[in-house]
Design a protein around this ligand. Structure first.
Ligand code: NDP
Length: 456
């Protein structure tokens, strides 16, 4: 008989925790999962899924406008925000029920409550202590909002997904994934959106051509930018929220949303007390086996602040379960992970940006900018941008980047090519599918004229 109540206790039933727990259960482990909120975590309840449903819902506005160029007459289409939110909530309820059922089917015990480590093998929940040989911390992250006068008036993406009514004048602070995605949702549905960024461009860390192209397209779509700008204070007035900028200007808004990053959910759950080392941002420090500084405590997903994406958390959960519950040691390869931003238009990318590539390689660049076929008739002034970053010496494709409709759908396939180490010659030898935007990735023949290579 084992000396512990469980083989594995997982704290947090988000993407990573659920995958690890289900697999461990399938491999015969006795598993308990503790969740204080809803099953599914950020992705299903407060992130990817509801956000994408709202992106899809809002994007119809463009479809109605574009249809006119193809002979349609669309009579005064109207949108009911409340109906969209209710439909989205119903879908989230369905998904949460599926998550609970899948966990139960794997044999796991589900415990609703807040789990807190009492020591390296003991977790307390709802006043009861339970023990496990291994503990998996998969508690995710939470939006962070800087302190300033009037902070109590702002919302994060959590609340933006559940607003009872669509605000007409929206200020969004931040230029990351969440900010540009929500700017697109509100703008498409008819709100006046102002995006406040503290630097010159959105999407820090993305390829510079992507950043510049997306900003241009967002502005063409009517999103107003305030660059190099910060909010000093916010006051509630009869006219709305009075937003004061550091330069002394004021604008009035019905809603101010902060999307200024997320932080790991590690406070108050006994991690430090159990000896688990956290980094300066509060993330659990783990090795390639997802093991923390305490031998039997592991962590996966956003709480480790490695690559904060749902499929990464799922794969971290998978390799953890394979390694420790199926005698099949595995680690995750973090290179060439594709990602997408569901802005309008979308962004997708895999591999190195031009700037990253230039640090280690001599590069050849291929860029294509064109008007998507649909807009030759719709008349919409939208351009698609595609870019390949190629190693000049080995001919390997180091990075693929796109701003334009369907970019995420296209990039998934290119991610496989990069994982296989595809060369530009192999891209060129691939026959395109016509007429598509995607074929441009295999028909770019002329490199961008070379810039002088920076001194080593
Ligand atoms: P990001 O880290 O992507 O972006 C944060 C933004 O806020 C940056 O533009 C940053 O500016 C700005 N910022 C930070 N602090 C301040 C401040 N004090 N005042 C003003 N601006 C500030 O965070 P998000 O919240 O957008 O997203 C969090 C994470 O969630 C992402 O890293 C991503 O991993 C994940 N995510 C992924 C999605 C997807 O895959 N589609 C969708 C949504 C989220 P600067 O650039 O100057 O630092």
């Amino acid at each position: 008989m084992t000396k512990y109540d469980y083989d594995l206790i997982t704290i947090g039933a988000g993407s990573g925790g659920v995958r690890a727990s289900r697999l461990a259960g399938k491999y015969g482990a006795k598993v308990a999962v503790i969740e204080e909120s809803r099953y599914g975590g950020t992705c299903v309840i407060r992130g990817c899924v509801p956000k994408k449903l709202l992106v899809i819902g809002s994007h119809f506005a463009q479809h109605f406008e574009d249809a006119v160029g193809f002979g349609w007459s669309v009579q005064s289409a109207t949108h009911d925000w409340g109906a969209m939110i209710a439909a989205k909530d119903k879908e989230l309820d369905r998904l949460e029920a599926i998550y609970r059922r899948m966990l139960r089917d794997s044999g796991a015990t589900l415990i609703d409550g807040r789990g807190k480590l009492a020591d390296a093998h003991t977790v307390e929940v709802n006043g009861k202590a339970m023990t496990a040989e291994k503990i998996l911390v998969a508690v995710g992250g939470w939006p962070t909002i800087p302190d300033f006068p009037g902070k109590e008036h702002v919302i994060s993406s959590n609340e933006a997904l559940d607003l009872p009514k669509r605000p007409q004048r929206v200020v969004i602070v931040g230029g990351g994934y969440i900010a540009v995605e929500f700017a697109g949702i509100f703008n498409a549905l008819g709100s006046e959106v102002t995006l406040i960024i503290r630097s010159a461009h959105v999407l820090r860390g993305f390829d510079e051509d992507v950043r510049a192209t997306l900003a241009e397209e967002l502005e063409k779509n009517g999103i107003k930018f305030r660059r190099d700008c910060q909010i000093r204070s916010i006051e509630k007035t009869d006219a709305g929220y009075s937003v004061m900028f550091d330069m002394g200007e004021e604008i009035i808004a019905d809603c101010v949303m902060y999307a200024t990053g997320r932080a790991p959910n590690t406070s108050g759950i006994g991690l430090k007390e159990a000896g688990v080392k956290l980094n300066a941002k509060g993330a659990v420090q783990v090795d390639e086996w997802n093991r923390s500084s305490v031998e039997n405590i592991f962590a996966v997903g956003d709480v480790t602040d490695r690559v904060n994406l749902t499929p990464v958390a799922i794969n971290e959960g998978r390799v953890f379960a394979e390694t420790f519950f199926n005698k099949n040691p595995m680690t995750l390869d973090y290179t060439n992970i594709a990602s997408a931003v569901f802005s309008q238009p979308t962004v997708a990318t895999v591999g190195l940006t031009e700037t990253e590539a230039r640090k280690k390689h001599k590069v050849r660049l291929f860029i294509s900018r064109f008007r998507p076929m649909k807009h030759t008739l719709s008349g919409r002034d939208e351009r698609t941008m595609m870019k390949l970053v190629v190693d000049r010496e080995t001919d390997k494709v180091l990075g693929c980047h796109m701003v334009g409709d369907d970019a995420p759908e296209i990039m998934q396939g290119l991610a496989i090519a990069l994982k296989c180490g595809a060369t530009k010659a192999q891209f060129d030898a691939t026959v395109g599918i016509h007429p598509t935007a995607a074929e441009e990735f295999v028909t770019m023949r002329d490199p961008v004229p070379e810039k002088a290579e920076p001194e080593a």
